[in-house]
Design a protein around this ligand. Sequence first.
Ligand SMILES: NC(=O)c1ccc[n+]([C@@H]2O[C@H](COP(=O)([O-])OP(=O)(O)OC[C@H]3O[C@@H](n4cnc5c(N)ncnc54)[C@H](O)[C@@H]3O)[C@@H](O)[C@H]2O)c1
Ligand SMILES: [Zn+2]
Ligand SMILES: [Zn+2]
Length: 326
Amino acid sequence: MKAAIFREVGKPLQIEQISISKPGPREVLIRTAAAGVCHSDLHFIEGLYPAQTPMVLGHESAGIVEQVGSDVTYVKPGDHVITCLSVFCGHCEQCLTGHMSLCASAEVRRPADEEPRLSHNNAIVNQFANLSSFAEQMLIHEHALVKIREDMPLDRAALIGCAVTTGVGSVFHTAAVAPGSTVAVIGCGGVGLSAINGAAIAGAARIIAIDMVDSKLEMAKDFGATDVINGRNGDAVEQVMELTKGGVQYSFEAIGLKQTAEDSFRMLRPGGTATIIGMIPVGVKIELMGAAFLQEKKIQGSMMGSNRFRVDMPRFIDFICKASCI
Ligand SMILES: NC(=O)c1ccc[n+]([C@@H]2O[C@H](COP(=O)([O-])OP(=O)(O)OC[C@H]3O[C@@H](n4cnc5c(N)ncnc54)[C@H](O)[C@@H]3O)[C@@H](O)[C@H]2O)c1
Ligand SMILES: [Zn+2]
Ligand SMILES: [Zn+2]
């Protein structure tokens, strides 16, 4: 099959022919219908996060099941699915306490002494996030996918595979935004716009979108932002403080920068919570004013929106279909 191979930091991906193995007992072979480019893929290409090359990137995808392993009963050939990098084992401490997006079990991968899922001239091609969707087919663990309704267009379904689940999930699950509250979202790409959308669904009364690109801010309004700030026009924190008369209850950083992560904390009102979604480059430290903790300000991370994707993703599709599709 054809795949886009990542061989060297900073270099373009190369389209090459590689081999894909047959499904093991708990694996599923999928024909990729669509794959989004999430900024996380780019962080690896830029070398801000380490990757084992050669590798096939891509993790925001949807497709159709082609073949299933001998023990798989959840899906069958022809089923439409969204993939998710939050592959869960189902029986570790994280899974059993409801934190499946934090599962780190090795059993969802193929052991090193078995034939690799992807290869080129008999040498391993590494799988990214246990998915590798910049390819015509994906071979993944059965717990890395969710079955979806077939009237949902697969190109849009793919975006639920990461950006939507991460943005909406960080609002619903990680931060648990309360109706009537005030929210700021820094960065209006796929993830930030989804956080704005989630905040609107959660009933936030005021949603402030911050970006440096006016067209992104226009889109933010369509997704539910009530106010927009272009970071090029002066200090965003000062503007948020002014607009809200003292800061927001919830802020979300959806870029992956030290400065904006620190800003997300600085724009909180007492008792507020900052949620860092962006991938801050490895080794970068975030600095905060210690005295702010006396005002019960909080800061936390979010991994893939703290999802339970087999429950969340079909619900997100129902929201979309209720509003627009098909
Ligand atoms: N935590 C997770 O599980 C998770 C999941 C998915 C993505 N991410 C991360 O979330 C971040 C966003 O991903 P994305 O795909 O939405 O990215 P994106 O590139 O689509 O969006 C980033 C947005 O930030 C804006 N921006 C950049 N610098 C800015 C600045 N200084 N001030 C204001 N706005 C600025 C850009 O104009 C753009 O609209 C990335 O770091 C990505 O790796 C994390
Ligand atoms: Zn992603
Ligand atoms: Zn687990």
